[in-house]
Write a protein that binds this ligand. Structure first.
Ligand SMILES: [Zn+2]
Length: 245
C-alpha cells in the first residue's frame, strides 16, 4: 500500500480527529511512530506502536498525503482526521468511520465484525466457506456481506460467480460443498489478481470476463450477457445464464 511505504517511521507531532469513536485519548497519539498501514476488508488500519487508527472510506471518503508545505486540496470542513509527522501530513476527508483504540482491541473487534479477508495472512478458506454456507441468502447477496468474506466489492462479486459458474440468484442452501469451495477459491484467486494489478498500476478492465459486458457475447459460450439490479441490494449484476447455474 502506498500509504504504508510513505508514512512508515513517521513520528506523530499533531493529531486531530472528528469522531465519536475515539476509545483512547487523542493526546496519546502524539509521539507515537507509524509502524505500518494494513487493510482488513475495506478498512485501512494505521498501526502506531500499541495504538491503531481505523479508517473506512465507503463510497465518498478519500485519503490524501501532503508534504507539510503543501495546501489542502479539499475544504477543511470535510476533514475527519489529521495526522502530521515531521515530513508528511495524512488527511482523511469524509471518512464515515474513524476509530482510535489500542491495536489489539481494534483488531479483535474487526475479527468479530468481519469475515476472513483473502488478502490477510490469517485467511481461512474453511471459515469463509462455512460463513458463506450459513449466510441464509442468495449467493450474490452473501458475497457482498462483509461478515461472510471481507473486502469483496461488486465487480469482484460478479467475476467470482462467473468464473465459478454459479448464478447469483442461487440460494446458498442449494449449493453443494464443491460449489461453495469453488466460489471461495475464486474469491481468493481474484482478490490476489486485482491487488497485483493495482500495485503495478494496471487497469482491471482487461481481465474482466463478465462485468460491464452487457450487450456483448459471453466470453465462454458466445451467448447473451444479461444485466439487471439484484434485489433487494440493487447492485449491478451481470450473468450468462448458459454458463452460470
Ligand atoms: Zn456463457
Amino acid at each position: 500500500m502506498r500509504i504504508d511505504a510513505k508514512l512508515k517511521g513517521e513520528v506523530v507531532r499533531l493529531f486531530w480527529a472528528r469522531s465519536r469513536r475515539l476509545f483512547v485519548s487523542p493526546k496519546v497519539v502524539v509521539g507515537k511512530r507509524v509502524d505500518r498501514a494494513e487493510s482488513f476488508g475495506k478498512n485501512i488500519i494505521l498501526k502506531l506502536e500499541e495504538l491503531a487508527i481505523r479508517l473506512h472510506l465507503m463510497m465518498y471518503g478519500t485519503i490524501h498525503l501532503y508534504r507539510l508545505d503543501e495546501p489542502l486540496l479539499k475544504p477543511e470542513r470535510m476533514v475527519r482526521l489529521w495526522l502530521e509527522g515531521d515530513r508528511l501530513r495524512l488527511v482523511a476527508y469524509n471518512a464515515p468511520i474513524v476509530e482510535l483504540d489500542s491495536y489489539e482491541r481494534l483488531m479483535s473487534r474487526l475479527r468479530v465484525e468481519l469475515g476472513p479477508d483473502p488478502l490477510r495472512s490469517e485467511w481461512n478458506p474453511e471459515e469463509a466457506a462455512r460463513r458463506l454456507k450459513a449466510s441464509g441468502t442468495k449467493v450474490g447477496i452473501a458475497l457482498l456481506d462483509q461478515r461472510v468474506i471481507a473486502g469483496i466489492g461488486n465487480i469482484l462479486r460478479n467475476e467470482i460467480l462467473f468464473r465459478a459458474g454459479i448464478h447469483p440468484e442461487r440460494h446458498v442452501d442449494d449449493l453443494n460443498m464443491e460449489e461453495v469451495n469453488r466460489i471461495v477459491e475464486e474469491a481468493k484467486r481474484l482478490t490476489d489478481m486485482f491487488l497485483k494489478r493495482k500495485i503495478k498500476g494496471e487497469r482491471i478492465g482487461p481481465i474482466l470476463m463478465i462485468y460491464n459486458r452487457f450487450r456483448q457475447a459471453c466470453i465462454n459460450c458466445g451467448g447473451p450477457v444479461k444485466f439487471y439490479l439484484q434485489e433487494p441490494i440493487k447492485r449491478k449484476t451481470f450473468v450468462c445464464e448458459r454458463c452460470q447455474h
